[in-house]
Design a protein around this ligand. Structure first.
Ligand SMILES: Cc1cc2nc3c(=O)[nH]c(=O)nc-3n(C[C@H](O)[C@H](O)[C@H](O)COP(=O)(O)O)c2cc1C
Length: 295
């Protein structure tokens, strides 16, 4: 058994990637029931009672292990949330969007394990308290930086050579080929965002899932958002803006993203998704996606 599977306690080293405010205990339970590691996205949930409810809902649906993602810089209630998770018997959290130094003392105090998400090798080197590193190459969906970044083909082996803890590859994986490639690069597991986002059980809108299924190769771009960027699916409005020489960095507001994605108003904010959308051809049950990967 790998170190990562020992930490996660599940059958397959496949972790559900958090998708911002998109959250559904049923989907988390479906991932865990299928043998992978379901993760509640708690990055934006500050109401501790709501956290307790969501955790209990997952526990009613599955007795398999699951975890939660905490976005370090986004949520002032992370410490209280960690206490609720520990009380409820959750053993592993993933952490992202902030310095691990702020949260790992509490994770350790509660006897939990933590896997920290980083976008660069430089940041991976700083996550010395984490029990594992999830590296997210530039092909991934989600928020990115506006600085130079590597794909997982480079990032995964570089980080594997640097750290002693298990490495998980996030980005560009939706099938057996991507899964096997990540393991060949030295990762002990994978984190899946876009493929689960477009699954049958996902609470994402039909329009959002269809945008992913319809996305061609080279059909995503990094949308400028100040010092950040977000990988989104190119649509006619975005294509026009990209073709003009004008600076369109003020055109979109990240605060509009979830409303736009839930209504399919992609002119307001283009659909968030990874480059892997090009390989996602239909909306499938989570169990099929996972079985396809490990087959
Ligand atoms: C629309 C979207 C929103 C995301 N939001 C978050 C987030 O709030 N927090 C986080 O840690 N990761 C976030 N991610 C990253 C995913 O958890 C995951 O690491 C990434 O999607 C993996 O790459 P893939 O999309 O190629 O599978 C997001 C990804 C997408 C597609």
């Amino acid at each position: 058994m790998t170190q990562l599977l020992e930490i996660l306690g599940c059958q397959y080293p496949i972790i559900q990637g958090p998708i911002g405010q998109l959250n559904d205990p049923k989907m988390v339970a479906a991932v865990s029931e299928a043998g992978a590691f379901g993760v509640l996205a708690l990055g934006f949930i500050t109401d501790t009672e709501k956290v307790r409810q969501m955790v209990n809902e997952v526990k009613e649906l599955t007795d398999k292990p699951f975890g939660a993602n905490l976005m370090i810089a986004m949520n002032p209630n992370n410490e209280a949330i960690l206490e609720i998770l520990a009380e409820a018997g959750v053993k592993v959290v993933t952490t992202s969007a902030g310095s691990p130094k702020k949260i790992y003392p509490k994770i350790k105090e509660l006897g939990l394990k933590g896997l920290h998400v980083t976008l660069t090798a430089q940041l991976a080197a700083k996550a010395t308290d984490a029990d594992g590193i999830i590296v997210s190459g530039m092909e991934s969906g989600g928020l990115r930086t506006n600085r130079p970044e590597s794909t997982n083909l480079i990032l995964v082996p570089v980080v594997c050579d640097m750290v002693d803890v298990p490495v998980v590859a996030a980005g560009g994986i939706a099938d057996r080929r991507g899964y096997q490639a990540a393991l060949a690069l030295g990762a002990q597991g994978v984190q899946i965002g876009t493929a689960f986002l477009a699954s049958e059980e996902s609470p994402a809108s039909k329009a959002w899932k269809e945008a992913i299924v319809g996305c061609p190769e080279a059909g995503t771009a990094l949308l400028p958002l100040g010092r950040m960027t977000m990988r989104t699916i190119i649509n006619p409005k975005l294509e026009e803006l990209m073709a003009s020489s004008k600076d369109f960095s003020q055109e979109y507001n990240l605060g509009d993203a979830y409303q736009a994605w839930s209504t399919g108003d992609f002119d307001r904010f283009p659909a968030g998704a990874g480059q892997i959308s090009a390989l996602i051809k239909d909306i499938r049950p989570i169990k099929d996606i996972i079985e396809g990967m490990i087959s």
